[in-house]
Ligand binder design. Structure first.
Ligand SMILES: *Cc1c(COP(=O)(O)O)cnc(C)c1O
Length: 229
């Protein structure tokens, strides 16, 4: 264990503290390092400190970085908006997709997942605020899409993901609770579902209190992102 404090070690400590406060096992929360806009060298530096799970939003950027990191046994998560024309590369190169919100995209990922790889882990992205403008499946449509995964043996449905509105006064607690309730209902008929992907730099301790099993953290790990060109 390194003695020096780094953003990674302090986030791990905050995750542990949030788990302790909520009476949860810290092993039950996975830290996903959101590495969009960050170079392969920065990812390698975190990997050297033991970080294994990395999340990317932009397909081409991710594909450009992956070769330099091959052989490090990293777990790649696609967390960005997913159009049908990008499913082939996502199905071939990633271990997880958190942003599936319609059957068409799921079916394509299933059909395009290479036979040599294990089934692709999938979370359904849910619109927990029921805003018109954002991506994500309305809460009411989650059970039907989840049930459809029976038809897709190359996908392994793991759970739900959400990106709540940034300005909620309660630190997004109510939104996280709605997502947790929805997963809990699904688990009555699909007990294998085990993933609640919720919480980012600004709100992950609250998300952990509300049951997050995976927190997606970018800024708090890497510093502010450069403005997008
Ligand atoms: C960028 C991003 C994050 C990380 O956000 P930070 O506020 O930088 O921690 C998490 N989830 C998704 C889907 C993102 O696009």
């Amino acid at each position: 264990m390194p003695d020096t404090e780094t953003p990674l070690t302090s986030i791990r400590a905050r995750i542990q503290a949030a788990c302790a406060a909520a009476g949860r096992d810290p092993e039950a929360v996975t830290l996903l390092a959101v590495s969009k806009t960050r170079g392969a060298d920065e990812i390698a530096a975190l990997a050297d400190q033991g970080q294994r799970h990395f999340g990317e939003n932009y397909l081409q950027e991710a594909l450009d970085k992956m070769p330099a990191l091959a052989g490090r046994d990293l777990v790649w998560h696609f967390i960005g908006p997913l159009q049908s024309n990008k499913t082939r590369d996502v199905a071939a190169r990633f271990d997880w997709v958190h942003s599936v919100d319609r059957a068409k995209v799921a079916r394509r990922l299933n059909d395009q997942r290479p036979a040599a790889l294990p089934p692709l882990n999938v979370c359904l992205q849910v619109n927990v605020d029921d805003e018109d403008s954002k991506s994500g499946l309305p809460l009411a449509e989650v059970p039907a899409l989840a049930a459809a995964f029976q038809e897709w043996p190359r996908l392994r449905l793991r759970g739900l993901m959400a990106i709540p509105r940034a300005d909620a006064e309660d630190g997004n607690r109510a939104a996280f609770r709605r997502l947790a309730m929805t997963l809990s209902h699904l688990r009555n008929t699909m007990p294998a579902l085990d993933t609640l992907s919720m919480g980012m730099s600004a709100d992950y301790p609250v998300a952990i209190e509300e049951g997050a099993t995976l927190v997606r953290i970018g800024t708090a790990l890497f510093g502010p992102r450069p403005p997008k060109a």
